[in-house]
Design a protein around this ligand. Structure first.
Ligand code: FAS
Ligand code: PHB
Length: 415
């Protein structure tokens, strides 16, 4: 058995784990990252594309923003197309100047992996049989196998950054967890292509035929989505079939500009809303997708992971820099306040932009649910207050600060 020791053990080297590891490292807080797959495998996963201001600022604080600031596309707004009419959501104008950054999650992960290598902090890829132990003691540990060797990692705290299918959430006793879940009756079929985007900004579409999203990764690489039934299989969708269906769903002018080409990635993502409460147990903290999942309609998944990371990083910095443990018990409640706002917005926007069974895609049975939703969307888009409601959430609500530290209060009293 190989014994290792660190301050913070991080399970998962997706954006949550890598960002937390880098931020802690810059505070001189040593940490170890474990992942069950290789870095190459992680970099093949095509996921998010839109960063809130909060995420971008966190990457700058982590010292890994050079490429993001050079290559990321600042977006001042986006469009929602409904009933053949496009309405622009003027993010900058409606939120006092705030914008979003279009920069792929793969690029962020690249930047974070490069920083991890440069930091020299230990990272164990292809770690198997990861198990968490003694979470309610002050000496938790993780056992795992790596390169055929049995290892035990002794630590002070464990950050479960291991995604929806990870081991961390399951390590909280079921009787102590409350899980909120809503599975949607459709998935998103996504295509990545080296073709120019149809517009400078994103276009979300609610068409008679269903949902479509025209996004991008750069001026020469596009990311498109259409919603498909849960029974759909990706190999049933040829590129031609995808382009033809996307063209039917985009507003006419955008459809006319559509440049098609071979897909370089094509996959179907299921959609769910999910939250685990609480997000901490003893010395274990759940971060990102390990604790919550949103339908990607509001571009919140990665961005909620970022606010969890920011909260945990600041709490642990207080522990090790100021020997102030007062905020440790507050992580879950602080993280969950912002998580639930992101969950509600993502559910709300998904409901507005997709056809649900109770509405029926082509039913003529006078189903009022469909008319209520169409009327709500029409009203929101036609009202500055409605567009501001969408804009404020899309750019991201502010991150909650920690309560004033004991050190700061003592300094203020002494002054
Ligand atoms: P991740 O799932 O990214 O990373 C978890 C890591 O933990 C993985 O590398 C995994 O290998 C590792 N792991 C799991 N179990 C382990 C174990 N037992 N031991 C060790 N390691 C383990 N968000 C958006 O904002 N916009 C989008 O368009 C969007 N599209 C998405 C499409 C798909 C198919 C998916 C699954 C998610 C999408 N998301 C999107 C959300 C996504 O971006 C997540 O929010 C983001 O990856 C969260 O990052 P992490 O919390 O690091 O979890
Ligand atoms: C993406 O570019 O992948 C993307 C953008 C916005 C979303 C979802 C996905 O809401």
């Amino acid at each position: 058995m190989k014994h290792l020791r660190t301050r913070v053990a991080i399970i998962g080297s997706g954006p949550s784990g890598l960002a937390l590891g880098q931020l802690l490292h810059r505070q001189g807080i040593d940490n170890v990252v474990l992942d069950r797959v290789s870095a190459e495998y992680i970099l093949k996963r095509i996921r998010a594309g839109i960063l809130e201001t909060g995420f971008a600022e966190l990457m700058r604080e982590a010292g890994v923003s050079a490429r993001m600031d050079r290559d990321g596309l600042v977006h001042d707004g986006f469009a929602i197309a409904f009933n053949g009419h496009s309405t622009r959501i003027d993010l900058k104008g409606l939120t006092g100047g705030r914008t979003v950054l279009c920069y792929g999650q793969v690029e962020i992960t690249h930047d974070l992996i490069d920083a991890r290598v440069q930091s020299g902090q230990p990272t164990f890829y292809e770690a198997s049989d990861v198990r968490l132990h003694d979470l309610t003691s002050d000496q938790p540990s993780i056992t795992f196998q790596h390169d055929g060797e049995n290892c035990t990692l002794h630590c002070d705290y464990i950050a479960g950054c291991d995604g929806f299918h990870g081991v961390s959430r399951q390590s909280i006793p079921a009787e102590l967890r409350t899980e909120f879940e809503r599975v949607y009756p459709f998935g998103w079929l996504g295509v990545l292509s080296d073709t120019p985007p149809v517009d400078e900004e994103l276009i979300y579409c609610r068409s008679e035929r269903g949902f479509a999203l025209a996004s991008m990764r750069s001026h020469t690489r596009s990311r498109y989505y259409i919603d498909v039934p849960l029974t759909a299989k990706v190999d049933e969708w040829s590129d031609d079939a995808f382009w033809a269906e996307l063209k039917r769903r985009l507003p006419y002018d955008a459809a006319e500009r559509l440049v098609t080409g071979p897909s370089i990635e094509k996959s179907i993502a299921p959609l769910r809303s999910f939250v685990c409460e609480p997000m901490q147990h003893g010395r274990l903290f759940l971060v990102g997708d390990a604790a919550h999942i949103v339908p990607p309609t509001g571009a919140k998944g990665l961005n909620l992971a970022a606010s969890d990371v920011s909260t945990l990083y600041r709490i642990l910095t207080r522990v090790y820099r100021d020997n102030d443990l007062s905020c440790v018990p507050l992580y879950s409640e602080i993280a969950l306040r912002r998580v639930w706002h992101g969950e509600r917005f993502s559910w709300w926007l998904t409901r507005l932009l997709h056809h649900f069974d109770e509405q029926g895609r082509h039913d003529k049975s006078g189903n009022s649910g469909r008319r209520f939703t169409e009327s709500e969307l029409q009203y929101l888009l036609g009202s500055e207050a409605g567009r501001r409601l969408i804009a404020e959430q899309y750019v991201g609500l502010p991150y909650e600060s920690l309560p004033e530290s004991r050190a700061a209060m003592a300094a203020a009293n002494a002054a």
